[in-house]
Design a protein around this ligand. Structure first.
Ligand code: KIV
Length: 276
């Protein structure tokens, strides 16, 4: 069953946690979809996690389109969300053009970073029938890769709560809360009727999102994430074993090899002799 916004909103009403993971390629998209992940999310974290960029501001529309198309091919049921990269939503006109590009390439909705200043963009996209997911708290495009916790003081907590309400009022269908204190995330979750998706925002959000690399064990361990395997170690070991086996001749073996039938080989050898 294809998951849509109504499905995700029903999950909030029924207090069933919404599962979200970033995804950057086709095979991972197939696995996430098969595992029943609700939202497969092509995040602009592709820049630092896959493309070797220093930060999110280097990610372009072309980068996002390339990865969106790969992920699209692997997703059947999940809701497919894509990030608007840095500067792609600087003004309303540009945001509409870029969001429409993503939708025409198979995204179900777009996510954009920022607080109340993004209200006009969210309103305009909503008027154009485009699902938007807001993103407040730590915004990597604005604050950089080093994340600090938001919502520790009264004034900052109030600003976050007001920003979330304004974005929801403007038509946002989902909202990511990144690196926000659990108490403030809970207030936002309880007061909005759209689902909140937390990352480093505690246990009370309607759903959780993590970067796929962080659950697989690619890169350093992070407080807000959990490693479910040690991909870096396992992959490094596999690469070393492959290198050693090629160097020693242990790979390939006969099992990895194809043969020409003996009668055809005899004929080939005779022909070869006759040419010399
Ligand atoms: O790009 C990203 O990975 C994000 C996070 C919220 C997961 O925006």
């Amino acid at each position: 069953m294809k998951k849509d916004i109504a499905y995700l909103h029903a999950k909030k009403q029924e207090r069933q946690p919404i599962t979200v993971l970033t995804c950057y390629d086709y095979p991972t998209a197939c696995m996430q979809d098969e595992a029943g992940i609700d939202i497969v999310f092509v995040g602009d974290s592709v820049g630092t996690n896959v493309l070797g960029y220093k930060n999110e501001t280097e990610v372009t529309m072309d980068d996002m389109r390339h990865h969106l198309k790969a992920v699209r091919r692997g997703v059947t049921d999940a809701y497919l969300l894509v990030d608007m990269p840095y500067a792609a939503d600087r003004d309303v006109t540009q945001a509409i053009t870029n969001a429409k590009t993503f939708i025409s390439e198979g995204a179900d909705g777009v996510k954009l970073e920022g607080g109340p200043e993004k209200v006009p963009v969210v309103s305009a996209l909503t008027e154009h029938g485009i699902d938007t997911c807001a993103h407040i708290g730590h915004n990597p495009q604005i604050h950089g890769t080093k994340a600090s916790t938001h919502g520790r003081t009264f004034a900052k907590a109030k600003r976050l709560i007001e920003a979330a309400a304004a974005l929801a009022e403007a038509g946002a269908k989902l909202i990511v809360l990144e690196k926000i204190t659990e108490e403030v995330s809970q207030i936002i979750t309880d007061t909005l009727n759209i689902p909140t998706i937390g990352i480093g925002a505690g246990r009370c959000c309607d759903g959780q999102v993590l970067v796929i690399n962080d659950i697989l064990g690619i890169g350093p361990p992070l407080k807000h994430a959990k490693r479910y395997q040690d991909y870096s170690q396992l992959t490094f070991e596999a690469i070393c074993r492959y290198k050693e086996e090629v160097a020693s001749g242990a790979f390939p073996t006969d099992a990895n090899t194809s043969h020409i039938p003996p009668d055809k080989l005899t004929r080939l050898q005779k022909w070869l002799k006759s040419t010399h």
